[in-house]
Design a binder for this molecule. Structure first.
Ligand code: ZN
Length: 451
């Protein structure tokens, strides 16, 4: 694959096209396609073939070693492979070159043309307000009774209920499917075949339902790309951060909102009469919005989730910039959990070994999750300004106004713009932490009895 993507004749054609009149406007169809393809070509040709081969080999070995190390709670067994992976990532960054710091080169794989310093600036703003907010909520002494979500929810009823919600928000099941897998994802083989998965637990409502809404957000983005552009950058998502903004918007800003449940809660009571028959809408809404510091990122709530990301973003930079050795990583991990979340993982399996990403060489990925939350909030804020009262529509089970807006402002453009350009075009300002923090404060303070 590397040889084909760095083929000399292909590169010469791209270079000729890039110089032609066709590509004078970088945001025209041809201009955007050629610009992105040439960017990928230029990047890949900087990587020595031996490095690419060794990284491919290590990513396979690394993932297998990680599976065993996590199972056995044995970080030292994984350490030598992770050391190799980090070392090659430093070589990769050196080969690619970077605007400011080596981490830029790695971040670019997941969030093209974004810089570490810019992400760090936005996340620092988020951290400054989020850490005290989480402390305020935890110290309030008020916790919703989330045991109601852990009653018995028959799986067949969950399947029907989740599918109905995915369809109602706009997923087109004639061009996609929802199936079961160990780890939920959204993939597929093109715009007319989008495959989402979820997993079901009979004794926990949230896992499957909010997982389904999350993947539906990814699926709606994929279904909103222009099918004729399939195979070129105009038919692709902009970045992982923008992709995640779509999943988080439907999962959290829509799916965990009160208006959404004004419509869906009576249906949920009908679907799960023995679990929810005696529960009020307010109690249910509070339960799905519990906030508490926990050890595992993928199980974290809407507020604390970003703290898990901040920790990984800082540790990754330290590793890549040779300021932290892999041998010291578990200790550094635990220290950060103590300072950001006030908890210390009792084992490495519940700490530094919990995520698969690093074992496959995906270093530079994590911040895109928080970028997704930040983009989602800023874009949703703009949607509300443009469309007026979305809450009332949600309470009537109507989501097409929001989906049409997303299609028009984001989906149909593919990779015509960078993420930063898109956010500026749509919202009139660069990405900041403000919209997300405003949302979180307005939503969670009242839930926890605070002014
Ligand atoms: Zn996602």
């Amino acid at each position: 694959l590397h040889q084909r993507i760095t083929d000399k004749a292909y590169g010469e054609k791209l270079a000729a096209l890039a110089e032609s009149d066709l590509c004078r406007d970088p945001h025209s169809d041809a201009g955007a396609n050629v610009r992105q393809l040439k960017r990928q070509f230029d990047k890949k040709t900087k990587l020595p073939e031996d490095l690419v081969k060794e990284q491919a080999r290590l990513s396979i070995l690394g993932q297998q070693a990680w599976v065993d190390a996590r199972k056995n709670n044995d970080f030292p067994a994984f350490q030598p492979l992770l050391e190799q992976i980090v070392k090659l990532k430093r070589e990769e960054a050196a080969a690619l070159g970077f605007p400011e710091v080596p981490y830029d080169a790695l971040l670019d794989d997941f969030e093209p043309e974004e810089k570490t310093s810019n992400v760090a600036r936005v996340l620092a703003g988020l951290r400054k307000e989020l850490v005290p907010l989480v402390a305020e909520l935890v110290d309030s002494g008020k916790r919703p009774d989330n045991s109601i979500l852990k009653r018995t929810f028959p799986i067949e009823a969950q399947k029907a209920f989740g599918r109905e919600a995915a369809q109602r928000v706009g997923f087109d099941f004639s061009r996609g499917r929802l199936d079961v897998s160990a780890h939920p994802f959204c993939g597929g083989s093109g715009p007319h075949d989008i495959r989402m998965t979820t997993r079901y637990s009979e004794s926990f409502f949230s896992e499957s339902f909010f997982g389904t809404l999350h993947e539906t957000g990814h699926g709606l983005y994929e279904q909103g790309l222009i099918a004729e552009n399939f195979g070129v950058p105009l038919g692709e998502a902009i970045s992982l951060g923008i992709h995640e903004s779509q999943s988080r918007m439907w999962e959290n800003l829509v799916g965990r909102s009160r208006p959404f449940w004004e419509f869906h809660f009576p249906l949920a009571q009908k679907a799960f009469p023995s679990a929810l028959g005696d529960v009020s809408l307010d109690a249910f809404y509070a339960a799905i919005n519990d906030v508490a510091p926990t050890l595992i990122r993928v199980e974290a709530d809407e507020c604390t989730y970003n703290l898990h990301i901040l920790i990984r973003f800082e540790l990754e930079q330290a590793l890549v910039h040779d300021e932290l050795q892999v041998a010291d990583l578990p200790g550094a991990w635990n220290e950060k959990y103590k300072s950001f979340l006030g908890i210390i993982p009792p084992t490495d399996a519940l700490g530094v070994l919990q995520d698969i990403h690093w074992s496959g060489g995906a270093i530079g990925y994590f911040s895109t999750y928080s970028l997704g939350n930040l983009y989602a909030a800023q874009l949703f804020d703009q949607a509300e300004k443009d469309l007026g009262d979305l809450a009332t529509a949600f309470a009537y089970g109507e989501y097409h106004a929001l989906l049409d807006w997303l299609r028009d402002k984001i989906h149909r453009h593919g990779r015509r713009y960078t993420a930063a350009e898109l956010v500026k075009n749509v919202t009139g300002k660069p990405l900041s932490h403000e919209a997300l923090m405003t949302d979180l404060k307005n939503k969670f303070r009242p839930l926890f009895g605070l002014a």
